[in-house]
Write a protein that binds this ligand. Structure first.
Ligand code: GLC
Length: 528
């Protein structure tokens, strides 16, 4: 497999993917933005230590250069009147959610360290405190299991505001240090971002040397425990593992009978309106899986693959794993670990093959697949666009995906909805069944730029700016009204503001895609 990087739009600017966009006419969402904040740069809440590094300088650059960067009048207005306070709020949000070496997603609702949240949050910290960014990944991997799995939640300190907590995953007298399931493996993507853009090479080399074998072990775990049949794509065994908990992609597969469950209390409903959360029936199914895994030797993750009544090929997990393999490969080459490049290349080669089964030519979309029935889940969700982020779609497939995406965006004022707004399962407020998630927007945008769809990437970027400007750092957003939903002062939304939306003039997490070239041939022969 060729070792060269795929040249991307952002390359020429050292990763300033968004800055490389031509200034386009503002989208409707941008034009309708009500500017309600008028903060000033002087109020930026950074410590003297922060100010000594380029990150502070680039925060300042953001404001002084924006006008000379060809931005439209409306965009200038953001920079001047709105985005300064979002930067300030985002930094404050991460500090507020920092419980000492790890960042919780949000107080009360999610009081522990979540796996993919933390990997994304590390990129946010990197904007103003590089050492703290590395620490986030260190604490996440302190929860890694011996077999290589990185759990979905690490329970560092007790909390009474979340269910199911450590005593459910373990036993009341012997609470577990973590859950027994995982989440999408973003760590390599984040580690590469930190390493590639470091100002402290010594620290980065030390941290990366420690982290590399741990991340590698986690990818090996995915293939060993979750692809024992060599499909090239890995399985999730619980909807929580996808990170898209109540996506309509799981509806059919979640029809298995509910077990006789011990009584339980939904603590999430104390914090968020029930209309924005999964239903009781969905929760009963989540807990049925949890208790079955526990009863069936929870800690033997290889056994779980064969006994779980829920086993899906998830597009989100597989797209992230594929992209993370590209980044792990890039890191391996940088660190002189050439011996593992071949192993990663094999994962990538097999991944290209595995993804083929998830494509539906008729609708021009990718779908998750139920591994137990072999059927594609027919739900059109935003995860369908994530193979662009992986760089696994062909040019032809990308064109069809973009056709669908344009249609979705024409049907709602704010994109990207997590389900096709014309689909009967679309629910604009209910979590992963309709709302917009900024992290998903970032992944889709990043993929679109690599495939050369700059205009639609700009549109999603503008929508993301408008949503966070109007509604603040909420967990997710109503695509019909732009209203913020779910948790308040949400860490990964803040991290995305810092590491993506507010960095048009500095680095952004949209680094170039490495590894095998994106499929450019219509006949989808394996790229070299
Ligand atoms: C919810 C989300 C999941 C996220 C977690 C913490 O469970 O569905 O993706 O990791 O909250 O933010």
């Amino acid at each position: 497999m060729a070792g060269e990087d795929f040249p991307s739009v952002g390359d020429a600017l050292g990763g300033c993917v968004i800055a490389s966009q031509p200034a386009l006419a503002p989208t409707p969402a941008l034009q309708n933005l009500k500017i309600t904040r008028a903060p000033s740069l002087e109020n930026l809440n950074t410590t003297p230590k922060d100010r000594t590094c380029w990150r502070e300088k680039s925060l300042r650059r953001l404001f002084s250069l924006s006008k000379s960067n060809g931005l439209s009048k409306t965009e200038e207005a953001f920079e001047d009147n709105v985005r300064v306070s979002i930067v300030e709020e985002s930094i404050e949000c991460l500090r507020r959610n920092d419980l000492g070496g790890y960042t919780i997603p949000a107080h009360n609702l999610y009081p522990f360290q979540w796996n993919w949240d933390s990997a994304i949050v590390a990129a946010g910290w990197a904007v103003f405190d590089e050492a703290r960014a590395w620490e986030e990944l260190d604490t996440l991997f302190s929860g890694q299991w011996e077999d290589g799995m990185v759990p979905s939640i690490v329970f560092h300190k007790p909390s009474t505001t979340y269910f199911p907590g450590p005593e459910i995953w373990g036993l009341p007298g012997n609470p577990s240090r973590s859950t027994g399931i995982t989440q999408p493996p973003v760590a390599a993507i984040s580690a590469r971002f930190l390493f590639e853009h470091t100002e402290n090479v010594k620290l980065a080399e030390k941290k990366m040397t420690d982290l590399f074998p741990k991340i590698l072990a986690s990818h090996r775990w995915w293939y060993k425990a979750r692809d024992p049949e060599n499909k090239g794509v890995v399985a999730i065994l619980h909807p929580w593992e996808s990170g898209m908990d109540n996506s309509p992609s799981w509806d059919a597969a979640m029809q298995f009978p509910i077990d006789n469950l011990p009584p339980y209390e939904r603590k999430d409903l104390h914090h968020v309106n029930a209309s924005m959360r999964p239903t009781k029936d969905t929760y009963d199914h989540y807990l049925t899986l949890l208790y079955r895994f526990k009863a069936e030797n929870f800690y033997d993750s290889e056994k779980l693959y064969w006994v779980s009544p829920f086993r899906m090929t998830d597009l989100c997990t597989n797209s992230i794993l594929f992209r993370a393999n590209r980044d792990l490969r890039w890191l391996a080459i940088k660190l002189g670990k050439d011996d593992v490049v071949k192993e990663i290349d094999e994962w990538l080669d097999r991944g290209f093959e595995g993804f083929r089964q998830l494509w539906d030519e008729k609708s021009g979309l990718y779908y998750c697949q139920d591994q137990l029935t072999g059927k594609l889940a027919d739900a059109p969700t935003s995860a369908a666009f994530l193979p662009l982020f992986a760089g696994v779609a062909s040019k032809d497939q990308a064109a069809k995906l973009v056709e669908n995406l344009r249609r979705w965006l024409d049907n709602v004022p704010f994109g990207v909805p997590s389900t096709d707004p014309k689909d009967p399962r679309f629910e604009p407020l209910r979590y992963w069944r309709g709302p917009v998630w900024i992290i998903v927007n970032w992944m889709i945008c990043n993929g679109l730029l690599h495939y050369g769809y700059d205009d639609i990437a700009q549109r999603i970027y503008d929508d993301s700016v408008a949503l966070t400007s109007n509604a603040g750092l909420k967990e997710y957003f109503d695509p019909k009204t732009g209203e913020g939903c779910g948790g308040e002062l949400f860490s990964w939304t803040a991290a995305m503001c810092l590491a993506w939306l507010d960095r048009p003039n500095a680095i952004s997490i949209g680094h170039k895609m490495s590894g095998p070239k994106i499929h450019l041939e219509q006949d989808s022969t394996l790229p070299r």
